[in-house]
Design a protein around this ligand. Structure first.
Ligand SMILES: [Zn+2]
Length: 202
């Protein structure tokens, strides 16, 4: 979700985020520190409302450099993320082999792929290698679509497979990473294949 996009959904999220823009720095820092405590120790869907609220707060906090001001202390199990020194709250996405785990505060790489514990790297690489060709079906060119015969059917099959693989991100990859990080988020949707969070039961 880009900050400056005019897509209707992004506009709606910016409207939601106004509540945090109205917080003063201290209130915002305390709200985030308390919410990090509630997020701790679990794997979360990125679509979870608590995570969504935290992400909005985190973006406002990043703009105001809240964590540099040391107004509130995050729960001590959260190390500083290397990207922006906010508490480490990593997100698993389908691009994990290239982009690593993503920071909820600055949207940059919070943990480079090579810095993820090796055993989990393997799981992530295998998972992403299965996911990439499935996702790619949404981006097939005319020639590839024709070769498939029934492209709608191919898209439906790809979406079903994506649902299964995304559920595995929530059931297997997230818990494996939770051994090493205080809380873990996973992206529970694929906008290109039209897979929504509610399509992915755990
Ligand atoms: Zn960051």
């Amino acid at each position: 979700m880009s900050e400056h996009s005019d897509a209707p959904l992004d506009k709606l999220w910016r409207e939601y985020g106004e509540v945090f823009a109205a917080f003063d720095d201290l209130t915002l820092a305390r709200w985030m520190a308390q919410t990090l405590g509630q997020l701790q120790g679990r794997v979360w869907r990125s679509s979870h409302p608590l995570v969504g609220a935290y992400r909005l707060a985190a973006q406002v906090a990043h703009d105001r450099q809240i964590w540099h001001k040391r107004l509130a202390t995050a729960p001590r199990d959260y190390p500083e993320a290397a990207c922006c020194r906010a508490p480490l709250l990593p997100l698993i996405t389908r691009d994990v082999p290239e982009q690593g785990l993503i920071c909820q505060h600055c949207n940059a790489t919070a943990i480079a792929f090579d810095d993820i514990p090796v055993d989990v790297q393997k799981m992530l690489r295998n998972w992403a290698a299965k996911y990439a060709p499935i996702h790619q079906v949404a981006h097939w060119d005319d020639r590839q679509q024709k070769r498939a015969g029934n492209y709608d059917r191919a898209l439906e099959d790809a979406a079903s497979e994506a649902e299964r693989l995304l559920a595995a991100a929530g059931n297997k990859l997230g818990p494996a990473l939770l051994e090493f990080y205080p809380a873990v988020l996973w992206e529970d949707q694929d906008e290109c294949l039209d897979v929504r969070p509610e399509d992915i039961p755990l």
